[in-house]
Write a protein that binds this ligand. Sequence first.
Ligand code: ADP
Ligand code: MG
Length: 269
Amino acid sequence: MNLLEVRNLTKHFPAKSGMTSSGGNVVKAVDGVSFNIAQGEVLGLVGESGSGKSTTGRLILRLLEPTSGNVHFEGKDVFALPKHQLRELRKEMQIVFQDPYGAFNPRLTVGNIIGEALELRGVPKNSRASTVAHYLEMVQMPANVASRYPHEFSGGQRQRIGIARALAVEPKFIVADEPVSALDVSTQAEIVNLLLDLQKRLNLTMLFISHDLSVVRVLCDRVAVMQNGLLVEVADSEQIFRAPQQEYTRELLAAVPIPDPARARRKAA
Ligand SMILES: Nc1ncnc2c1ncn2[C@@H]1O[C@H](COP(=O)(O)OP(=O)(O)O)[C@@H](O)[C@H]1O
Ligand SMILES: [Mg+2]
């Protein structure tokens, strides 16, 4: 069953310079994009910087108003929902950002940050501390970090806290927008493995946005490739990596760093 159905999603921004290279006065950030995400599925959204990935993610959560098109979540028309129902929907969809630091109130402790999410779904005050500990454990952090502040943590640890906060709302759907792109390579692997583990345990449905195909390969069931606001290819992960149909996808794949040095040397030769 499809949890999410995106149809002809379009977002045009006014161009800053007044004119774009294509002669129009708008930036077609997202230009008629359609795809589905099934319950329990992870769809990767890839493409180079500026191709419209983040705009797509933000439109789905209605953090941005669309120019046209529609999004159905569990059959509900997201863009037609009145404000009070939108608040309900926000509990069912969460976003994890590249660096959650900007989204954390720096004056709140980790316990309060996760606690806010629990309050949102009505967890009673007297069981909040133990529930916070439960979500910290899920992201492999000790319960005592609850009394500390976000700035005390490394990027990888902050990303764990961001994931814990998103999970604490018990969402049905998560948009992860480049959640490991700001991290060093070894930390990236840790967070990707954590997400993989959580996805399997909780049967999470996710839109996983990344410009890095090596990360997408590990996590995603299917991959949607975006170029200049358009979806150019959507296929099973396996198919995308084994036999990409589009030249643009092949170019993206060619830009993925090759971990095997011998293979890298052969390629360079
Ligand atoms: N708020 C905005 N105002 C104007 N242009 C924007 C805005 N947000 C994004 N864009 C433009 O839309 C295009 C797609 O951006 P974005 O969705 O952030 O791409 P990606 O996440 O793939 O890097 C880019 O050309 C970007 O400059
Ligand atoms: Mg982006």
